[in-house]
Design a protein around this ligand. Structure first.
Ligand SMILES: C[S@@+](CC[C@H](N)C(=O)[O-])C[C@H]1O[C@@H](n2cnc3c(N)ncnc32)[C@H](O)[C@@H]1O
Length: 392
């Protein structure tokens, strides 16, 4: 049986009828055996099994796709797909370019966003993903702008005028690739970049920064304070050497100001800088753009101030206690502050968070964040609250 036969099953009239029946929250909460029993009389058992799997994937896809309930997914394709917000952020770079080739298009996350304003060819060697990309583009109303080629990207003819987006696989045959590995490799992508007009390469947030050619841009993107990806932009798409972008709003900060923020002891507030900014090495640029703030250590990504800082690039914390790292003294501080629940945040500290959580004496009524870090190169602890959140 061809590997995409399950797509035909789900797109047949009974497949189109069963999926909406599984979409409601009550059905998802009911026992799977009960769902199977309820549907088995009316649908073939194999279709019921396929539909239950697809329905679970659609539910999992909702944070990424506004039309998840109409799209089709594989588990690996969904895990690696760019969210709608990320994909639109990528696509915005291509305003001045056409035609666009989305190499390694997967099930179409980036392809759909690119096709919102361009004609795009999507290429994937996996016949299931290639077919899903075409289907998902249609469901999202951009099918007319999309052509799909099922092939290895190495075999696809490209012209010097083409603009390329490529999102190499970081999983192959259900196996997650190690560290900096991808399929195709970054080296292959850089070689291809020399033959086309423009290229964006999506990569992991852990990328070794020294592999990026000096005339490219390296962007780190976070969503909801989670570092999600790096994107490498070739010279014609580049607008700075480094960039940090915070989604969903798309706030962005770039290198190049030569800012150098001073280091001194903490003030009353601490800014827990967004991981995209620290990963891009742009803490000084952020500090300089905010003004009236400083670093508490040369190498640590916290900024401090005497007045509250409100910025999309960090979480504002009010310091309730500041002390050299020592478990006994930390527990004394937590007791005197009436802290009964503590999350732990560490940056530049070797302390084992799980072990510390067990050793904290939390008997009070308030919640706090314990920050373990370094201050002027000494291990340090802060007890903080997020001052934008209501006190608990
Ligand atoms: C990370 S996913 C792409 C996700 C996509 N950007 C999205 O947002 O949905 C990578 C895809 O690359 C495909 N792939 C890996 N190596 C390939 C190759 N040499 N030629 C074509 N496709 C390839 C895989 O089949 C997989 O679907």
């Amino acid at each position: 049986m061809p590997s995409d036969a399950w797509i035909d099953e789900l797109l047949s009239p009974p497949g189109r009828a069963i999926l909406p029946e599984l979409a409601s929250a009550e059905v998802r909460e009911e026992n799977e055996i009960r769902t199977i029993d309820r549907l088995r009389g009316r649908y073939a058992p194999e279709l019921v099994r396929l539909a239950i799997t697809q329905s679970a994937l659609r539910h999992r896809a909702k944070p990424k796709f506004s039309r998840a309930d109409e799209m089709l997914f594989t588990a690996a394709g969904l895990e690696q797909a760019s969210s709608e917000r990320m994909a639109r952020h990528h696509a915005a770079r291509y305003d001045a370019f056409a035609p666009i080739r989305d190499l390694c298009c997967g099930l179409g996350g980036d392809l759909i966003a690119l096709a919102e304003s361009h004609d795009v060819t999507g290429v994937d060697r996996d016949p299931v993903h290639a077919r899903l990309a075409g289907y998902n583009a249609q469901v999202n109303g951009v099918g007319a702008r999309v052509a799909i080629v099922c092939a290895d990207v190495a075999d696809v003819p490209l012209s010097p005028g083409d603009a390329v987006f490529i999102d190499p696989a970081r999983r192959v045959d259900d196996r997650r690739l190690r560290g900096g590995e991808s399929e195709p490799s970054l080296e292959w992508c850089f070689a291809l970049a020399a033959r086309v007009a423009a290229m964006g390469i999506k990569s992991s947030p852990g990328i070794a920064v020294d592999v990026v050619p000096h005339d490219w841009e390296l962007e780190f993107v976070s969503e909801g304070r989670e570092l999600k990806e790096s994107v490498l932009w070739s010279p014609s798409l580049r607008s700075s050497a480094r960039r940090a972008t915070v989604l969903p709003e798309g706030h962005t900060i770039v290198s190049g100001s030569g800012a150098n923020v001073r280091v001194r002891a903490s003030g009353r507030y601490l800014l827990d800088v967004d991981p995209s900014v620290t990963r891009a090495g742009l803490v000084d640029e952020l500090g300089a753009s905010i003004g009236d703030c400083w670093k508490i250590d040369e190498r640590i990504g916290f900024l401090s101030s005497d007045a509250p800082i409100v910025t999309p690039f960090g979480r504002p914390l009010e310091i309730l206690a500041s002390l050299p790292w020592n478990l006994k003294r930390l527990n004394e501080a937590l007791r005197s502050l009436d802290i009964g629940r503590a999350d732990i945040r560490k940056r530049g500290s070797p302390v084992d968070v799980d072990e510390l959580q067990r050793k904290l004496k939390l008997r009070g009524s308030r919640a706090a964040l314990v920050v373990l870090t370094r201050v002027e190169d000494r291990p340090w602890a802060f007890v903080c609250v997020n001052y934008l959140l209501p006190p608990s």
